[in-house]
Design a protein around this ligand. Structure first.
Ligand SMILES: [Zn+2]
Length: 266
């Protein structure tokens, strides 16, 4: 086992005669974001890793009843995974051990839905192989919180989902400016939010913004400053503004659209 587990992938390999690395074995931790059926018995996995960002991999024969992978290549599993990297962008899974299967959250529909939305957000916002170990840790923390609280109603909350998204924005370098008007620097009378400006705006600069009340503003500042375990709460109208602010930031600065933060039942 490499010494730098669990925060970095390790690579062993050699250069072939074209100077390309080939036949590389990659060992890394990973969370399964998505798992799609492929062909007769295979699955294509979307994985998020600490050292190599988002990867796609094929697991061959995984849907046969006697597959050595068992059921552990399903979404939300946290794994120690071994992959073979050839010339294609699609790596091949050669081994997998469970770090955490999050078995409890699988029995709670709301937790499952929240986990799916969290994984979807990570996969869309961090879609390249650029490493963001902080994002990996945040996702692991989110999944283990959902697992820990499965059945007690914590999981499906829109506030918890939005706090997670704000932390993803921070990790992506897109955290909205909240301390002063994002257009002119004014510190008082901050009444709106502008995705284009990248944060809250004052009354003089509010053209093109939408209104953001103090509760929404406070929620965003607290969510960014606190651990996920201590995520703030707010009334629905404030959370709706927060969700809109996050969406506007992502559309302007990352051209990414996320699914709603929480299901219609919340
Ligand atoms: Zn201003």
């Amino acid at each position: 086992m490499p010494l730098n587990y669990p925060f970095c992938g390790s690579i062993v390999g050699h250069m072939d005669h074209h100077g390309w690395m080939s036949n590389r074995a990659v060992k890394t931790e990973a969370v399964v974001l998505r798992s799609m059926r492929y062909g007769e018995a295979d699955r294509i996995l979307q994985l998020y890793t600490p050292g190599r960002g988002r990867l796609s991999a094929i697991a061959k024969g995984v849907r046969r009843s006697r597959s050595r992978f068992g059921g552990r290549l399903e979404p939300f599993f946290r794994l120690r995974i071994e992959l073979h990297e050839g010339r294609s962008e699609l790596l091949t899974v050669t081994g997998a051990q469970t770090v955490d299967g999050h078995a409890r959250l699988r029995g709670d529909g709301r937790a499952l839905d929240a986990a799916a939305r969290a994984c979807d957000a990570v996969g869309r916002l961090f879609e390249t192989t650029e490493p963001h170990p902080g994002v990996y840790n945040l996702l692991c923390r989110k999944l283990s919180l959902l697992d820990e609280h499965a059945g007690d109603g914590f999981s499906g909350g829109r506030a918890a989902a939005l706090a997670f998204r704000l932390k993803l924005l921070l990790a992506a370098g897109l955290a909205p400016q909240l301390g002063a008007c994002a257009s002119c620097g004014e510190r008082e009378h901050l009444v709106g939010f502008s995705g284009a400006a990248g944060g809250v705006v004052c009354a003089a600069c509010e053209a093109g913004s939408f209104s953001l009340d103090q509760r929404a503003h406070l929620f965003m500042a607290q969510a960014l400053g606190r651990p996920l375990t201590d995520a703030p709460e707010a009334v629905d109208s404030a959370l709706a503004q927060v969700e809109r602010a996050i969406a506007a930031t992502l559309e302007h600065h990352a051209h990414v659209r996320l699914m709603p933060a929480a299901g219609a039942s919340r």
